[in-house]
Design a protein around this ligand. Sequence first.
Ligand SMILES: [Zn+2]
Length: 444
Amino acid sequence: MATDDSTQSLDIPDDCVNVADRTGPAAQESTVSAMIEQDDTNPDIVTITYDSITNDDPNLGVDIPSRLEVVDSAGFDDHYIGGSDFYWNTSSDSHWISYRMSSFQSTESHDDASPGHHTIDYPHSENSIIIEIPDHAIENVTIQPTDEGHIGSDLAYLGDHTVESRDVGCQTFEVVVDDDVSRWFDANDRLDDLEVAAKAINGGQQFETVSIFVTPHDLGDVGGFNRGFGNSIVIEDYNSNRNPSFLWIHEYVHSLQQDTIDSNLYWTVEASANYLSYKIALDHGLATSVEYDAQLAPGYMAYENVTLDRSIHHQAAYHHGAAVFAQLDSDLENSETSIYDVFDWIYTDRSTDYDDLQAYLAAEANLSEGTLEQYDERVFDSQPADEQYQNSWMGELPPRVALEIGALFAPGFRMMSIVFLPLSVCLLGNTVIRVLRLRPEFDF
Ligand SMILES: [Zn+2]
């Protein structure tokens, strides 16, 4: 069968970025090896025990971020030297650090100009834990689990598990599944989501390895998260009230982004992750047009007193921002520039602000001055996006009603909705539908 050159979804970038993975090639050059294990009596605590340094002049710094709480240690001077919080003490025979994770918030500094945050909890149980690994300075460190576990580049899972992986272009996805996850969880379905997304998005920065840690435990306000545009993702095993493809693609999109943008484009981080997840899921048969509309519906409502330009994790960025991307995608329909090109332009290794984006859209995508002014109103003056970018009969409904009906189409409600939807709309109205309200702030 002939291939269709116009099908953008077949473009797979062949240049991926390597993260010095602690289980990968970097291990060969390491001078320090270490073991990590979960504490028997306090299962939220892990201990990293470092082996001796082979170098004659040992230097090892351990950087402890504020969300990582050290409960005990030996063999380190716990004062600030050379940029590290803990520094190797050469006169000590043993070197170890025990720590736990604090809950953290997705926006750690709260100022009125960048409102909105989620609280995120790292999961643990009696026999498993997902935890961050501190950064090490000066010496390379290779970490292995003492018992069962899987070490990613900046996260560790300790406990019984399976790993399902798939190569797509230059990327390898590895899904690390806690043995206690719901029996409904299907790693292959989720790898399909990632494969489709990786092929659809020809842009951003692709990591060679992306590790997705799947947990049966509650992550707090979110269904999944990716810290700092990295290659480690944590995701809950199921999501009872919406299609999981959206969440998995959303978190993957974060792995492609880079932190080089100006603060007036921070809103595009969540807005593009949400919109691209909706678009890709719809375009590739992973979601229905009703589900797509239900995701976009809250974006057509006004978010009073919140402008997009400085919002990071406010609802406005997730929802209103996604609707602005939907409008941009529509405005680009007759242009040579796709929404994926815009995404790539924003996030590929450059310093970008809103004015740069405007200039790019005018020059490359030929958007008119009038069209660009509409974006100014939506980004800086909270004007809601138009509602014309819906894909189904739900586009005829007010956004709130579309959002609530959309909940009926989420997995678990689909079968019921065949019987239930006509009844609920005709006879019972809002009273019944409101019980099935979506949880909009579901991701990070
Ligand atoms: Zn997100």
